[in-house]
Write a protein that binds this ligand. Structure first.
Ligand SMILES: CC(C)(COP(=O)(O)OP(=O)(O)OC[C@H]1O[C@@H](n2cnc3c(N)ncnc32)[C@H](O)[C@@H]1OP(=O)(O)O)[C@@H](O)C(=O)NCCC(=O)NCCS
Length: 285
């Protein structure tokens, strides 16, 4: 049977299928997430088909030509272990090549990890998803709501920490969910942290959450949790940041599932991982 991989479109049939696959593996994304992937990289989101039947998905989110994240690699359970996942990955890697991306990256589930190793990806570090609930907290006056005028400073601060500029992600999240977008400025008025979030199917997802100190990280976290009240919350943390584990435990956030950060080629843009409190999401780094 012939397998083909084609570009995903915003056509409702494609989006409905993508959501069906995502629901199948019980992930947290909503339809708006798929639309965002296609807005950012219209030629970088894929559907695998076998004899005309849709059976798998994959996305690439590029950050200029420095790094890109491969995500949403899902194959229908009935068609696994027939090379479909590999075919989708090859389409994603080929897109990265055409876009001249220096370092393709991804955050792998244990199922994906083995496959990506065979494609040349190298493990960088362990990550995990944490889950808990918001609450009622007071937070420092240095933390306030994100305003349009903060954008350039935040993008500059974030680019050093993430490893590449991602203005499109930050602008889109704070534009869509201004109610959970916060910045922190130090005594000299310089940005020393920010936190964004978005709605998911099962829980709100916090991220990116980036700060230059543990104190700032905690104050931003309290602001985010305070907005969320009693609602369920997920976020994805990197084990390299030694401050994050005691912090999330202090606020009662429990381990949900593991991931592994992986990269292809030379890891030229690792960022400042000690400043990353939560990534924007495993499907986009
Ligand atoms: C991870 C996932 C996408 C892999 O999809 P897949 O279509 O099964 O992937 P492939 O068939 O290309 O490769 C999977 C395995 O099947 C093997 N395989 C491929 N073709 C085969 C064949 N014809 N006969 C037997 N085995 C085969 C591969 O060698 C690979 O083996 P390994 O796991 O020992 O390395 C799929 O398991 C999935 O959707 N999981 C749930 C979502 C998820 O976790 N996604 C990853 C996100 S990072």
């Amino acid at each position: 049977m012939a397998t083909t991989v084609r570009v995903m479109t915003k056509n409702q049939r494609d989006v409905d299928f993508a959501m069906k696959m995502k629901n199948h593996v019980k992930w947290n994304q909503i339809q708006a997430d798929w639309v965002r992937f296609m807005d950012f990289d219209p030629e970088g989101c894929f559907i695998a088909e076998m004899d005309g039947q849709m059976i798998g998905t994959g996305t690439v989110t590029t950050y200029g030509d420095k790094v890109a994240w491969i995500g949403m690699i899902i194959v229908d359970e009935n068609y696994r272990r027939h090379g479909i996942g590999r075919a989708i990955m090859l389409a994603c890697m080929d897109y990265c090549k055409r876009k001249k991306i220096e370092v393709p990256k991804l955050d792998a589930t244990p199922l994906g990890n083995k496959l990506y190793l065979t494609l040349g990806f190298v493990e960088e570090f362990l990550m995990d998803r944490r889950e808990g609930r918001g609450g009622s907290f007071e937070y420092a006056k240095s933390v306030r709501k994100f305003e349009k005028k903060d954008l350039d400073d935040v993008v500059k601060f974030d680019a050093a920490c993430f490893g590449a500029p991602r203005p499109h992600i930050i602008e889109r999240f704070v534009g869509e969910y201004p109610e959970i977008a916060f910045v922190s400025r130090d005594g000299d008025g310089r940005i020393d942290g920010f936190l964004a979030g978005r709605k998911g199917l099962n829980a709100w997802q916090i991220g990116p959450w980036v700060a230059s100190s543990n104190t700032t990280g905690e104050e931003l976290f309290k602001a985010g949790l305070n907005f969320l009240g009693d609602q369920p919350v997920f976020f994805d943390i990197v084990a390299v940041n030694k401050s994050i584990l005691p912090l999330v435990c202090k606020y009662g956030f429990k381990h949900q599932r593991p991931f592994v950060r992986m990269y292809l080629g030379e890891n030229k843009y690792p960022g400042i991982l000690e400043n990353i409190y939560a990534i924007s999401g495993v499907e986009k780094g």
